[in-house]
Ligand binder design. Structure first.
Ligand SMILES: C[S@@+](CC[C@H](N)C(=O)[O-])C[C@H]1O[C@@H](n2cnc3c(N)ncnc32)[C@H](O)[C@@H]1O
Length: 224
């Protein structure tokens, strides 16, 4: 099977049209920092894993004591329910489009919002609405661990909206890249500055912001 990237991830089969599940293959730096943050606390935190895919990181978070809500529009309820009941975890799956999330779907307070490789599947204006809604459930010191596909990654090569401002960027990848990465839906690719602008206007400060070697944008933000 062809390797997808420099990390050796594979184009594993999945039900959706939204890329490959990477977190089920490997924990990256952002995953480890989110997990470390949970382990460093002296209380049970409430977390969401938004655009969770197979939900591996959310499952790990619940196994180390967090109350976790996994959210994805692809339904993985059948896989999650036995894990939650067999291990007696505070782990719930919400099968919803993130654009239709309601306050009652989210923990209150929401201590950690963790979302890897998902936000670029929304238009920038939709992402703004979502971050605004999440921020309303978060209090001072709550953390957001988030990544987006990068405009400066290989996905940005021949990307039709490369020269548009982020608010107008939402386009299909070319055929070769779309097939390689199983990204069949339009995407809004991000620079570091775009992600910072998306998040900080809703009352967060940057704790860390960088691009991975592949070129995806990874940020840690704290609610102020
Ligand atoms: C590339 S996968 C990432 C999965 C996992 N977070 C990881 O890092 O491996 C993107 C996920 O976002 C989900 N997704 C895409 N658009 C969505 C939407 N509007 N609402 C909820 N989930 C969505 C897809 O179903 C898919 O599971």
């Amino acid at each position: 099977m062809e390797k997808l990237n420099i990390y050796g991830d594979m184009r594993i089969n999945k039900k959706g049209r939204f890329g490959c599940d990477i977190s089920s293959q490997r924990l990256d730096d952002l995953d480890k920092k989110a997990i470390r943050h949970i382990l460093s606390q002296r209380k049970h935190l409430s977390c969401i894993d938004l655009g969770c895919g197979e939900g591996k990181v959310g499952i790990i978070m619940s196994m180390i004591g967090a109350n976790v809500v996994l959210i994805d529009k692809v339904n993985i309820a059948e896989r999650i329910e036995p894990i939650a009941s067999n291990f007696k975890l505070n782990l719930k799956f919400v099968n919803k489009d993130a654009r239709e999330l309601q306050k009652k779907d989210l923990p209150l307070p929401l201590d950690i919002c963790y979302s890897q490789r998902f936000i670029h599947y929304l238009r920038f204006s939709e992402a703004e609405k979502l971050i605004d809604a999440l921020s309303k459930n978060m209090t001072e010191g709550s953390m957001l661990f988030i990544s987006a596909s990068g405009l400066n990654s290989e996905l940005g090569e021949a990307y039709p909206d490369k020269n548009k401002p982020v608010a107008k960027r939402f386009a299909f990848l070319n055929k070769k890249l779309s097939e390689k990465h199983n990204i069949v839906e339009p995407v809004c690719l991000y620079t570091e500055k775009d992600l910072e602008n998306l998040i900080t206007r809703f009352g967060f400060k940057v704790k860390s912001l960088k691009s991975s070697d592949f070129g995806n944008v990874k940020g840690i933000f704290e609610k102020i």
